[in-house]
Every structure is written in C-alpha cells, then in structure tokens.
Ligand binder design. Structure first.
Ligand code: 3PG
Length: 206
C-alpha cells in the first residue's frame, strides 16, 4: 500500500511552493489554490510569517498544509508545533531524517544523487523531492536514478514550470512536481492564483 507521503503526493499533480511574506494573505491564498484544484500546499520556512501561515491555512477546508525548507530538527519541531501535515526539505541529513522518522510525519526530503537516495532508504523512506530538478540533470538524470531504485517515487522540484511539468509527470516514478510558479510573489492576487492553480491541476499524469 502507498505510504502516507505518497498518498499526499497523489492528491494533485503540482505542489505549490509558497514563500509567504504576510500571514494575513495565508487564508485567501490557500482558498484560491484549493478552489483551483491544488489542495496540497508547501509553505516554506523562509519568512517570519511562515509558521503563522501554516496555522491559518489549516482552517481552509480541503487544504493539506505542509512545511518546506525544513533544514534541521529545530525547524521540524517548529513546523510540527504549527500543525504541519507533511515536511519537505531541500536535502537529507541523518539528524533531520531520524527526527522526522521518529515523529512519524510524512516526509519528503530532497535528493540529487544515488547516495542521497541510499541514505533515505536506510531511514526507511521511499519518496523523495528531486531537487533542484532542472539543474541536477533534468529528466535524463531522474530516469537514470530511477533505474537502480525500483519502487522509489519522486516529486521533482526546482526550475519546473507549467510548460515543462507535463514531461516530468509523464515519468512513471514521478507522482507530482513542485513549483513556485503557481504562487508568484507580489501583491495578493487570488484570481490569478486560482487561475494558475486550475491550469496546474489540469496537468494530470497521463
Ligand atoms: C523549492 O524550495 O522547492 C524551490 O524554491 C522551488 O523551486 P522553483 O522556485 O524553481 O519552483
């Protein structure tokens, strides 16, 4: 049966990677993305507003709210306290991996090579963020990495756009992709977010 993180990855073809500057934008932003068909939301812990945004977004019906850019066990604790339902990291360290596994939280750590994947498998993980996807060799690299690791699934992220997402989603081990293109920075524009989400949600796997 699919792991908890795979069940989240399967909810939508695209996970919006959110960098939020104003916590008061969190609810309307999440409502727009969910309405557009993207229920899985990754709020990156790169801004002071991020933890409050996670708490607020959890009140939006249908939203599955996770924390991204989780770099260490302290940030993991902060994300769990805020109620994050899954955890994304750009990479994988033993200390973060062990803490995430001990917490029992769905965890999607970044990998860019075979050794990273082997470290994750040692921790009992089977799904990874391929990051930064476009500059880590792109689709040929992911295909080559998938060869020795049958059953491992990926969410490629980093340099992916609406134009290139379909090529990634066509790959068997790719359950979804991540990207910030759905939530452009600037003033809150919920109509635009909803339209971008609707376009992204239509990029279903073939
Ligand atoms: C991330 O943290 O996953 C990246 O910042 C997202 O990459 P993108 O901005 O190229 O989509």
């Amino acid at each position: 049966s699919d792991s908890a993180i795979e069940q989240i990855m399967a909810l939508a073809p695209v996970i919006p990677v959110i960098v939020i500057d104003r916590a008061e934008d969190a609810v309307p932003m999440a409502e727009a993305l969910v309405a557009g068909g993207l229920p899985v939301l990754e709020v990156t812990l790169r801004t002071p507003a991020a933890l409050d945004a996670i708490k607020a977004m959890k009140s939006v019906a249908g939203a599955v709210v996770g924390a991204g850019t989780v770099l260490n066990a302290k940030m993991l604790d902060d994300a769990l306290d805020a109620g994050a339902e899954f955890i994304v990291s750009p990479g994988l360290t033993d200390s973060l991996g062990e803490a995430a596994v001990a917490a029992g939280i769905p965890f999607l750590p970044g990998v860019a090579n075979a050794a990273n994947i082997m470290a994750g498998l040692d921790l009992g993980l089977g799904s990874f963020k391929f990051f930064p996807a476009a500059t880590s060799g792109g689709i040929p690299a992911l295909k080559a990495l998938a060869g020795p690791f049958g059953g491992v699934t990926f969410c490629p992220t980093g340099g992916i756009s609406a134009a290139t997402a379909p090529e990634w989603l066509a790959l068997d081990p790719v359950l979804c992709v991540g990207g910030s293109w759905v939530v452009p920075s600037g003033p809150l524009d919920t109509a635009r977010f909803e339209a971008l989400a609707r376009e992204a949600a239509a990029l279903a796997r073939p």
